[in-house]
Design a protein around this ligand. Structure first.
Ligand SMILES: Nc1ncnc2c1ncn2[C@@H]1O[C@H](COP(=O)(O)OP(=O)(O)OP(=O)(O)O)[C@@H](O)[C@H]1O
Length: 603
């Protein structure tokens, strides 16, 4: 059982690695030219750093110890040491600027890609998504890819090149001595392995908790009114403190593993290596003094030991960062792997839809529609309905009867399980999505206003002419109150339209839908939050659209759809009754009649 789990964890880790590096590769692709140069400079810099001690060794062996004071040659060798050091620094600077630029551009591209992808995800994804976590993916986790560049390419690659170069130089100088150094290197791997085992769970958990902290913040801010009204500040603060405290504990566990194990053990190894090399020299020299040639080798070796240990320390020290970056990058890759909403009907369907636009058939035809969010829990059952061109249809029913679900299917937020929906005789899936969105307007229950001006809120980024926006605002009866604002259409409405009343927000949402000049207008309880006077304005606006626009309105408030051509009454996902208000009121004991009378009583 346990081994099953570890095998599974290993597979998961491998999959994460693959995803993270796949993402890194894709993000770097447009910059591969820079990447090539950066790696070349890196290799040259590392090579020059390996050459430095060799020149130093020659200076000692050939001039200083034998007292062969050939000033020109000595100046050349000394100059060589200084020059290689200087050139290595310069190349590192060039490589760093290229690599940083490349890393930042990759993050920029990736962030755009992730955000663009999120915008195209199907609605079903958002049913299970947690806003704070999603925000964290787009902001923090994409930044982690930069970490991958800096850690993987800059530190690990650099350190590996230095390591290989140094070992080669050591082998050339004295292969037996080199073997002593190399023989002690598996100790480093052991230390790293132990460190990873101790710190990996804390690293992963800390990351998850950071995401939870974001999610809790986002949720609290979004629901601040409800939170304060329910006196829940303390409970939320406690919950937050609990998550925050756990995050702290995990971070401490990770840092402890680093501070108690990794660094001291590696520093110790450095000392052991030095001692081993000096001991080896002592053994070889016996009681006699070291011969001249060996002093230079010792000088080079002492230099190189620091160079072997340092890259190893660097590589290992980067591991915790690297782990975090891999986890984060894998999550970004996972988000990008989420299947986007299917893009149907490019081209042919569009032409077909346009060709059928003038057809006499129903604007919307629903045929044997079945739907379930979760398997076996059907929300809509074998629904069939024809909505003629220009008709005004109302949909009513108890809470949970499936009204909003039907609307979501009409809006293509979810694909139908069985059955079909046709608009102007074309199946929804065959209609080009852009054409579809232009043809269908929505007034949602929550108007969702941007922290922008009235005009921007109506335009919603479509770049519509000002006259068209104003005409839509007039049709929605929003023009008068907008012009009464201090800057008219250019007045900033505040976050979520906080400057406006609920009714005014709703009218802006109606204006927004009308500005697109839709052929079909869907309203989802657009009057549930407004007073009777504003409701009458909405009714008037809808009546004015009659015949020109096909209207489907869900309403809890039955007065809104009283004048509808046909009212469809849903009950547990089935059409229970359908007809005009008068017809439905004549069904004694009918669902509509009961709903209506109940509302009359309540009023
Ligand atoms: N995203 C979802 N995931 C899973 N189940 C859902 C989802 N949305 C709605 N449901 C379920 O589907 C059923 C119908 O919900 P729907 O929102 O369509 O009802 P409604 O008639 O619009 O209700 P209301 O008048 O309260 O808005 C309910 O049982 C609800 O719990």
């Amino acid at each position: 059982m346990h081994s099953d789990r570890t095998a599974e964890e290993k597979r998961d880790q491998k999959a994460q690695m693959r995803r993270a590096f796949g993402l890194l590769r894709r993000a770097a692709l447009p910059d591969r030219h820079h990447l090539g140069w950066a790696v070349l400079w890196l290799a040259c810099a590392a090579g020059l750093e390996v050459i430095g001690p060799l020149l130093g060794k020659r200076l000692i062996d050939e001039h200083l110890l034998p007292r062969v004071l050939d000033w020109t040659a000595m100046a050349l060798l000394l100059g060589g040491v200084v020059l290689t050091g200087w050139a290595a620094s310069w190349l590192r600077y060039l490589q760093l600027t290229r690599l940083s630029g490349l890393a930042m551009r990759s993050v920029q591209r990736l962030r755009e890609q992730v955000y663009g992808h999120v915008l195209r995800l199907p609605m079903a994804f958002f049913d299970r998504a947690i806003t704070g976590q999603l925000v964290s993916r787009v902001t923090n986790d994409t930044e982690a890819v930069k970490g991958l560049y800096i850690q993987v390419l800059f530190v690990i690659l650099d350190s590996t090149i230095v390591l290989v170069g140094t070992i080669a130089a050591m082998a050339w100088l004295d292969w037996r001595l080199m073997l002593i150094v190399v023989a002690l290197m598996p100790c480093v791997l052991g230390i790293v392995w132990l460190y990873q085992r101790l710190s990996a769970p804390a690293v992963t958990r800390a990351r998850q908790l950071r995401s939870d902290i974001n999610a809790q913040m986002a949720e609290s801010i979004g629901g601040m009114t409800v939170l304060q009204a329910n006196n829940a500040e303390q409970r939320f603060a406690d919950r937050f403190a609990h998550t925050n405290a756990e995050h702290y504990t995990q971070r401490v566990a990770e840092i402890r593993a680093n501070a108690w194990l990794l660094r001291p053990a590696l520093d110790m190894l450095n000392v052991v290596l030095l001692a081993a090399v000096i001991w080896f020299f002592g053994q070889r020299g016996g009681s006699a003094a070291l011969n001249a040639a060996e002093v230079g080798v010792l000088y080079a070796f002492i230099n190189y030991i620091a160079r072997v240990i340092e890259p190893l320390i660097q590589i290992t020290m980067q591991f915790s960062q690297l782990q975090q970056s891999v986890v984060a990058s894998a999550r970004v890759a996972g988000l990008l792997d989420e299947a986007g909403a299917p893009e149907h009907g490019k081209g042919a369907g569009q032409r077909k839809a346009a060709a059928n636009a003038a057809a006499d058939g129903p604007a919307i035809a629903i045929r044997h529609l079945d739907f379930a969010y979760i398997d076996d829990q059907r929300v809509l059952h074998d629904l069939s309905l024809d909505i003629p061109q220009g008709a005004f249809f109302g949909i009513v029913g108890h809470t949970g009867s499936g009204k909003s679900t039907l609307l979501s299917l009409l809006l293509r937020y979810y694909p139908a399980r069985h059955g079909s929906i046709l608009m102007n005789g074309v199946a929804l899936d065959d209609i080009d999505i852009e054409q579809f969105r232009a043809d269908v307007g929505l007034v949602p229950q929550d108007p969702f206003l941007l922290a922008a001006s009235a005009i921007e809120n109506i335009d919603m980024g479509r770049g519509l002419p000002r006259e068209r926006i104003q005409a839509a605002a007039r049709a929605a009866h929003a023009h008068d109150f907008i012009t009464a604002l201090e800057d008219g259409y250019d007045t900033l409405l505040g976050e979520g339209g906080s400057r406006l009343s609920s009714g005014q927000k709703q009218l802006i949402a109606i204006a927004r839908a009308l500005a697109g000049e839709p052929r079909i207008l869907l309203l989802d309880e657009a009057t549930s939050r407004i007073d009777s006077q504003t409701e009458q304005i909405v009714q008037q606006a809808l009546n004015e659209l009659r015949g020109r626009v096909t209207i489907v309105a869900i309403a809890h408030r039955l007065s809104t759809i009283r004048d509808a051509d046909r009212i469809v009454v849903l009950n547990h996902g089935l059409i229970e009754e359908a007809g005009s208000h008068d017809t439905l009121m004549q069904i004694e004991g009918g669902l509509y009649q009961r709903l209506y009378l109940l509302q009359q009583l309540a009023a």
